[in-house]
Design a protein around this ligand. Structure first.
Ligand code: NAD
Length: 360
């Protein structure tokens, strides 16, 4: 049966990079993918057309699809729109309604781009790690929260809360992924000073009993930040909570050098062998270069590659896409954001799409 992909280009360069990913889907269909796709509005584009950043019709289509590919949302045009109707609310609405609790952010350094990192080549060359961040719980959502006046002055409260089921399900995602990679999970918390850290470590240990073939290590979050910069290649899969994951995934991302290269996936719970998945580049709508055919489409094409691997069960096609990207880079083709020397060939967004498709 053919897979149904919902494409939500969004705003700014989201439209340009999503177009290139769609062309890759067309190419993969010639190679046996068997996927159909439909384009819909989200974010500012949806607000302009419908007065809402995410309509109930599009949400329903998202629920019915096998996977969603998103470009980016946002732009200063919508700065004065009320918070609940801003472009970002469309994205948050999708994550919430589809219960996308697991955020996967790979930090992958292509050999040809190792010099774009601020770290030494030998530290990052061929780096391939995956950060699995819990996305729907923890201190960003815990109650009580707020700022109140007290007799001692103003008091601000945030609350870190985790239930055991939330830790168990994210740990399962991490162990599962490790089995498809290098079989090692590093679970990161601060069990030395936080109760949620103590529960986190205990639950991950219990869940590990179902994955005893996977190597498990525990690491304190502050040490993990240091190790990511000192020797990132020691890691395979890192699993951590919402707050630590926010920080550590940005830190790991910078090991790779450019925002235009970073894919991501957000996954929901497994149901009858299927799970919701939203695949999107880490970058935003880049208003400064929007509409100029200058954006790097690789983050979005690599997000499509994650979709092939994690939601559509097409690992071979996913590998083909990644090899094509690797080849284009090693032949010296670069969009403006990763162009670093005159020996390289500067290309547009659509030309980068052409070059990758030719090599798939
Ligand atoms: P941004 O990621 O859009 O851009 C930051 C810088 O990186 C810009 O100079 C941009 O030109 C460059 N850049 C980003 N992606 C690129 C690509 N693929 N190729 C080449 N260069 C690229 O971040 P920002 O400027 O802080 O935000 C712009 C808008 O995007 C804001 O409205 C913000 O809210 C929104 N945003 C959306 C998402 C999302 O949709 N997931 C994420 C971050 C920001």
């Amino acid at each position: 049966m053919s897979s149904k992909i919902l494409v939500l280009p969004g705003d700014g360069i989201g439209v340009e990079v999503a177009d290139q990913a769609i062309r890759v889907i067309d190419k993969l269909n010639e190679l046996g993918l068997d996927a159909t796709y439909e384009k819909e509005l989200v974010g500012g584009a949806s607000y302009d057309a419908n007065g809402e950043p995410l309509t109930s019709e599009v949400l329903e289509k998202a629920k019915q699809s096998d996977a969603i590919l998103l470009g980016a949302v946002g732009g200063s045009k919508w700065d004065d729109v009320e918070r609940s109707k801003r472009p970002e609310a469309g994205l948050l609405g999708l994550r919430k309604e589809l219960e996308l609790f697991a955020n996967l952010r790979p930090a992958l350094v292509f050999e040809a781009l190792a010099s774009a990192s601020t770290l030494k080549d030998e530290v990052v060359s061929n780096l391939d790690i995956m950060i699995v961040r819990e996305l729907t719980g923890g201190v960003y959502f815990g109650q009580p929260r707020g700022i109140e006046d007290t007799s001692d002055g103003k008091k601000a409260v945030d609350t870190q809360v985790y239930y055991d089921y939330e830790i168990d399900r994210i740990a399962r995602v991490a162990f599962d992924l490790a089995r498809k990679r290098n079989n090692k999970v590093t679970s990161v918390e601060k069990a030395n000073v936080m109760e949620t850290g103590v529960l986190w470590r205990q639950v991950v240990k219990d869940t590990h009993q179902d994955f005893s073939d996977v190597q498990l290590e525990n690491m304190l979050a502050d040490n993990c930040a240091m190790q990511l910069v000192r020797n990132p290649k020691q890691f395979d899969v890192i699993v951590t909570d919402n707050l630590f994951g926010d920080l550590l995934s940005d830190c790991a991302a910078m090991l790779t050098g450019s925002l235009g290269m970073l894919p991501s996936a957000s996954l929901g719970a497994e149901n009858n062998g299927k799970r919701h998945g939203l695949f999107e580049p880490v970058h935003g709508s880049a208003p400064d270069i929007a509409g100029q055919d200058k954006a790097n489409p690789i983050a979005t094409i690599l997000s499509l590659s994650m979709m092939l691997k994690y939601n559509l069960n097409q690992s071979e096609l996913s590998d083909k896409v990644e090899s094509a990207v690797q080849k284009v880079l090693s032949e010296g083709f670069r969009t403006g954001d990763i162009y670093t020397s005159e020996n390289q060939t500067l290309v547009s967004c659509s030309k980068m799409g052409d070059l990758i498709i030719e090599r798939i």
